[in-house]
Design a protein around this ligand. Structure first.
Ligand code: UDP
Length: 341
């Protein structure tokens, strides 16, 4: 089967945070999309486009997958469905290797049978572990420090091997810190539990939690708090659309970082939240969280060279602003409960 832009696309995990923003963009571009999501973490209401079909099921359900491939003849798959709690991956590694590594193998088997040879993969900067040099280029050795990062890196290797064996062409997109939400406030970030910095700082502002705890103030950074590269979720969505176009046009497999190239500290995030919300953030300074590297900042130049992609939002206030609008929007930052499951 050839992969043309007109063929439908299967998006696993399309009801999740990054998945739903990507689905929305692809649908707006007129692409036909089928979302496969088991709604364990996904939200039915995160799929706003009526033309997008939502199939509730597991990525590893090969009977379901075969039926879907038979019916829709997908030209490409974007695979978001994964677990992403680093701490949990340390205490329950098999859950992560099963869900994040073994399940995609089952999906790839069905793709091989069906002759579908284009795969866009949600990878992560966690595959680099603790980098020796900054910014992080794609040539930085990948040496993940937790099962989550390893579960993703293994899929990168598998994709490479499938490329050699049966011509799969893949894009491994290594996200830095996804943040923000749609600029119109219709969809946004809703994790349960929520562990990420920006939504938690906003929870401290609204009083949902008593304060934000800053994990460590003795890092080797100018203000002592960890530095990360926060990338707007709509910029991530755009990179997926471009990766699809690149592969659909016959482009070669690629792996690239998706970040802004700008490092922002925890204290700077708190200051940005105070500026955007006009309120003081209650803060408590605590000990380090295990496994946090001092600084993770992307060199995003390869994505620019290969895909013509560059983050449009580089100022972290442009990510905090829609996240704050989402918290104050009609859903108050939480999607209504799923009905389909
Ligand atoms: N962080 C923090 N307090 C929190 C949550 C996060 O100080 O309640 C810090 C965390 O240590 C890290 C940064 O904020 O340095 C970003 O953490 P997050 O969990 O959002 O993303 P990660 O970088 O772990 O993927």
């Amino acid at each position: 089967m050839s992969d043309s832009k007109d063929q439908p696309i299967l998006v696993t995990g399309g009801a999740g945070y990054i998945g739903s923003h990507t689905v929305r963009l692809l649908a707006a571009q007129g692409r036909r999309i089928v979302v496969l999501d088991n709604l364990v973490f996904g939200h039915e209401r995160a799929i706003v486009d009526p033309g997008v079909e939502l199939v509730v099921g597991d990525v590893g359900d090969q009977v379901l997958l075969r039926t879907l491939f038979e019916t829709h003849r997908f030209g490409a798959v974007i695979h978001f469905a994964a677990f992403a709690y680093v701490g949990e991956s340390v205490t329950d590694p098999l859950k992560y290797y099963q869900n994040n590594t073994a399940e995609p193998i089952k999906l790839l088997q069905v793709m091989e049978e069906a002759g579908c040879k284009v795969f866009v993969f949600s990878s992560t900067c966690a595959t680099y572990g603790i980098p020796e040099k900054l910014p992080i280029t794609e040539d930085t050795p990948q040496s993940p420090i937790n099962p989550y990062g390893r579960s993703k890196l293994m899929v990168e290797w598998i994709l490479k091997d499938c490329g050699q064996a049966w011509g799969l062409r893949s894009a491994c997109l290594r996200y830095f810190n996804a943040s923000g939400s749609s600029d119109d406030g219709k969809i946004g970030e809703d994790h349960d539990p929520e562990t990420h910095l920006i939504p938690r700082v906003l929870m401290a502002v609204t009083g949902e939690i008593p304060h934000i705890e800053v994990f460590g103030t003795d890092y080797k950074t100018p203000d002592g708090t960890c530095i990360r590269d926060y990338i707007h979720v709509e910029d991530l969505a755009e990179a997926h659309a471009r990766a699809l176009d690149h592969l659909a046009a016959g482009g070669e497999s690629l792996r690239c970082n998706l970040g802004t190239g700008v490092g922002v500290s925890v204290k700077q995030i708190i200051a940005a939240v105070e500026e955007v919300t006009g309120r003081e953030v209650p803060v408590k300074f605590g000990p380090r969280r295990e496994g946090d590297p001092d600084s993770l900042v992307a060199d995003p130049s390869l994505a620019r060279n290969l895909l013509g992609w560059e983050a449009r939002h580089k100022d972290v206030r442009d990510m905090v602003r829609p996240a704050w609008a989402w918290v104050n929007g009609p859903f108050k930052g939480r999607f209504p409960a799923n009905e389909l499951r």
